[in-house]
Design a protein around this ligand. Structure first.
Ligand SMILES: Nc1ncnc2c1ncn2[C@@H]1O[C@H](COP(=O)(O)OP(=O)(O)OP(=O)(O)O)[C@@H](O)[C@H]1O
Ligand SMILES: [Mg+2]
Length: 455
């Protein structure tokens, strides 16, 4: 970790000790001897974090905290207080302090809290820049994405939308095919007329025919009045044939005719009716495979696939997961009237590394669930469903500080030794140096913990 930290303490010896410690940890440390001094510093320079004593002559810590936040509301301020004045610490927290530490300081805790506050800062920054990006990237309404593949795709949508071309949208389940169908319609001259969606998978052969083309009164049992079909409803607009790969063979011939001639016949009638529709179809199947297997008509395939849009799987969209996650977070926070600030770094890490077999839909559902379950301002790993967490269960990642909580010191020592030995590829002298112990001590501990050394 590195960053610039302002340390405020009117005890000069304590101040210079803290400056030395933080410099040793790699921080740029600046000292201030009282609240007034600290306020001056914050006005003149930018810091990533402020560590401040509460009880100081001149301007005290509480007042300084408030004044510092007037200049820079997002800077984390960590308060140091004597154990006997914890109520002051609580007041400071209510006034927006990031955290508090009691004196005498525990250096491990000190380092941890400061590191966490810096992560918090960079996260807040990242969230802000994501927000900016979101507002810049949304030329296609609600289609979020700034990856190369998605930008190419949206460009293609903008090109084909105003034409009359039939479009076949392919892509895995949950990638946003329906969203693209809507975008094409909305960017076309037909936008003031209807976009009619038919889910071809939901209906059996005869029902699908009547759904698409309509029927005459008495055409079949239950047809007690004439009904217009979806093609007619889409007249002058667009019909979206979703899951077109599921259309049964006999229907495929009728569909082909409708598309070729722009003519339909109601079930129970042989009078052809002309319709003026733009056709968009979508499927998550490989239609060419279906053609080869004799399950999909080749002529229909070519009629539909005049322009092909392939919506990429979410794993193939570099950087889009973070963008989409933030977008969904805002949406569901609004919907659930929750104030959410973002994701913890660990949570974001999980989102970015998970392969998302269910694509955007799975991400959307996971975020909605997380927002509902979350208790704090930030979504944490704990808020994700088991399917995501389990994916990482067998990955032996470096144990983070958070996962160490609850382990015994012996366990932590053992983990440290194993990790260090694996970094040094089994070299014990090097490992001992890194661990700050002698080779003999290391050997004893290796025996004690029964550590097996892998080279
Ligand atoms: N780029 C995107 N930006 C914002 N939301 C998206 C994006 N892509 C997909 N979504 C959302 O994800 C969900 C799934 O999208 P959609 O229903 O369009 O997927 P699909 O490809 O039609 O899936 P299926 O094949 O299962 O029908 C929808 O709620 C949609 O709004
Ligand atoms: Mg769909």
């Amino acid at each position: 970790m590195s960053g610039s930290i302002l340390i405020v303490d009117d005890d000069k010896a304590h101040l210079s000790m803290l400056e030395t410690i933080f410099s040793g940890w790699g921080y740029t440390a600046t000292g201030a001897e009282d609240g007034a001094d600290a306020i001056e510093e914050v006005r003149e320079r930018s810091f990533d974090c402020v560590l401040m004593d509460v009880r100081m002559a001149n301007i005290g810590g509480i007042e300084a905290l408030q004044r510092i936040h007037e200049y820079n509301p997002s800077i984390p301020v960590i308060i140091m207080t004597a154990y006997s004045s914890v109520d002051v610490a609580v007041e400071a927290m209510k006034l927006g302090a990031y955290d508090y530490l009691t004196k005498p300081l525990n250096f491990d805790e000190l380092r941890l809290v400061v590191e966490r506050s810096l992560e918090h800062m960079s996260l807040a920054k990242e969230n802000r820049s994501l927000k900016l990006k979101l507002s810049q990237d949304s030329r296609l309404g609600n289609i979020i994405g700034s990856s190369e593949v998605m930008l190419e795709l949206t460009q293609m949508v903008e090109t084909v939308a105003p034409t009359e071309a039939t479009v076949l949208i392919t892509g895995e389940s949950g990638t946003g095919k329906e969203l693209f169908a809507r975008a094409i319609h909305d960017l076309s001259d037909r936008k003031d007329n209807e976009l009619v969606t038919v889910n071809c998978a939901a209906l059996t052969d005869t029902l699908l025919e009547s759904e698409l083309f309509g029927h005459e009164k008495g055409a079949f049992t239950g047809a007690d009045k004439r009904r217009e079909g979806r093609f007619m409803q889409a007249n002058k607009g667009t019909i979206f044939l979703d899951e077109v790969g599921e259309v049964p063979m006999p229907m495929q011939a009728k569909l082909l005719r409708a598309i070729q001639e722009r003519e339909i016949q109601r079930v129970g009638s042989d009078i052809p009716i002309h319709v003026d529709v733009r056709i968009i179809a979508a499927t998550n199947r490989d239609l060419l495979d279906e053609v080869k297997e004799g399950k999909f008509r080749e002529d229909l395939y070519y009629r539909l696939n005049v322009v092909n849009l392939t919506v990429p799987a979410l794993v193939d969209r570099d950087g889009d997961v973070a963008l989409l996650a933030k977008f969904f977070l805002d949406r569901f926070a609004d919907k659930n009237r929750k104030k959410m600030k973002g994701f913890t770094p660990a949570a974001m890490n999980l989102l970015v590394k998970y392969p998302w077999p269910g694509n955007v839909r799975e991400l959307e559902n996971s975020i909605e669930r997380a927002v509902i379950l979350s208790v704090g301002d930030y979504i944490t790993e704990r808020d994700f469903p088991a399917s995501i967490k389990d994916h990482f269960a067998d990955v032996t990642d470096n144990p983070s500080m958070e996962t160490m909580a609850g382990l015994s010191l012996d366990d932590i020592e053992k983990i440290a030794i194993i990790e260090t030995l694996s970094t040094t590829k089994g070299n014990k002298s090097e490992a001992a140096k890194l661990l700050g112990i002698t080779r003999t001590t290391l050997n004893n501990k290796i025996k004690k913990y029964e550590v097996e050394i892998e080279k």
